[in-house]
Design a protein around this ligand. Structure first.
Ligand code: NAD
Ligand code: ZN
Length: 367
């Protein structure tokens, strides 16, 4: 169902479905057959038929297990189904879930699968920081499967006019960079550097930054990513592998002063090495990319004299997701993606590891 027409038979729950699992760190990903008709939904749960799922670099981190937070495999919880950019349709509701959704609703599965919605963090809209937060494709099985269980109150309603494959990457990549740009508090005409601009998060960040009216300096490598970032509205592209003076090049491209903010959407640790230095005084480094075992170095005197800020930004809340999707539904932001099959996930991870993917890969869960 890439378009919007849903047939009644698409709501039937079969007794055979496929999911992509791994049971040891480093993989490989294996296809596993299961019976969704036997799933016994608990209070507040919904069964979602997933049509498409984007593949985020976070899914690769999860399979490798290189983050300082254990996932389901690492805690001995059994095989993990990754994925947290799932777009699909509700096919069944558990007790009490009809308060939030009805069968046939188009919904999105995000990284945060549920939060308590009642603690200090949740009440202030910092749902990802809730101590009870559950993570799709990490602590809980995610969207790399044809039928996924999630929590009805935290699923995101999808705009009807946005095709499901285009919506999928907005559910993590889109909402994350949208929120990160909010954290950067940029105003029209200001410069923003986006390391990782040719990747899944980055290519959307270039576009959301343009919606705000910023002047975008894209940093990534290779001609495909240069072409993509430039086509999507980056004013300048700097290749981090060939630049001999990255700080100088960014400063030159931002009127000699440096950028007002750097939204680091890169998966590589090196992206953090110079970002604070090419921010101008009063500038802000917004940390988004999550390379393992990486510190942000900041010289105290310069940070103080130049009044610079470092801010982490972790996905977004329910409202951020709705706003990010609305901009996509109105055509202000468009996901650039290649469609592959659920059975090709090992190939996607290899290409992602090698850095050869421009934009996003979206898995067709029927293939
Ligand atoms: P991706 O593989 O699609 O894109 C990453 C891009 O970074 C690639 O184009 C790569 O060429 C580029 N890159 C690598 N090293 C670089 C460097 N030194 N300078 C500039 N560019 C560089 O990955 P993605 O799915 O966009 O995810 C990016 C990172 O963001 C991952 O670490 C992921 O785990 C993280 N992430 C964080 C959040 C959050 O809430 N903060 C949410 C989603 C993803
Ligand atoms: Zn993600």
């Amino acid at each position: 169902m890439p378009g919007n027409e849903l047939q009644a038979t698409q709501l039937d729950i079969p007794n055979k479905a496929t999911r992509a699992i791994f049971d040891k760190l480093g993989g490989p990903i294996k296809n596993d057959i299961y019976d969704p008709s036997l799933i016994n939904l608990q209070n507040g749960e919904a069964l979602v038929r997933v049509f498409y799922s984007g593949v985020c670099h976070t899914d690769l981190h999860a399979m490798i297990g290189d983050w300082p937070a254990p996932n389901k495999v690492q805690t001995g919880g059994g095989p993990l189904v990754g994925g947290h950019e799932g777009a699909g349709v509700v096919v069944k509701l558990g007790p009490g879930a009809d308060e939030f959704l009805k069968v046939g609703d188009k919904v999105g599965i995000k990284w945060i699968a549920d939060a308590c919605l009642n603690c200090d963090y949740c009440r202030r809209g910092h749902e990802p920081n809730c101590a009870q937060a559950k993570c799709s494709g990490y602590t809980h099985d995610g969207s790399f499967q044809q039928y996924a269980v999630s929590w009805a109150r935290y699923l995101t309603p999808l705009p009807n006019e946005l095709p499901l494959d285009e919506a999928a990457p907005i559910l993590c990549a889109g909402v994350t960079v949208y929120r990160a740009l909010k954290e950067a508090k940029l105003t029209p005409g200001q410069y923003v550097a986006i390391p990782g601009a040719g990747g899944g998060l980055g290519h959307l960040a270039v576009q959301y930054a343009n919606v705000i009216g910023c002047r975008v300096i894209a940093i990534d490598t290779g001609s495909a990513k240069k072409e993509l970032a430039t086509k999507l509205g980056a004013e300048t592209f700097i290749d981090f592998k060939t630049s001999k003076d990255l700080i100088g090049d960014v400063r030159k491209a931002s009127g000699g002063e440096g950028v007002h903010a750097a939204v680091v959407a890169a998966s590589g640790a090196a992206a953090y090495e110079m970002a604070l230095e090419y921010c101008r005084p009063c500038g802000k480094l917004v940390a988004v990319g999550l390379p393992a075992k990486t510190n942000i170095e900041a010289n105290v005197c310069f940070t103080v004299f130049q009044a610079k800020q470092v801010k982490g930004s972790y996905v977004g809340n329910r409202q951020d997701a709705i706003e990010a999707l609305d901009l996509a539904a109105r055509g202000k932001v468009k996901t650039v993606f290649k469609t592959m099959g659920l059975s090709q996930l090992n190939d996607v991870y290899k290409a992602m590891h090698d850095g050869t993917l421009a934009g996003r890969v979206v898995l067709d869960c029927n293939k």
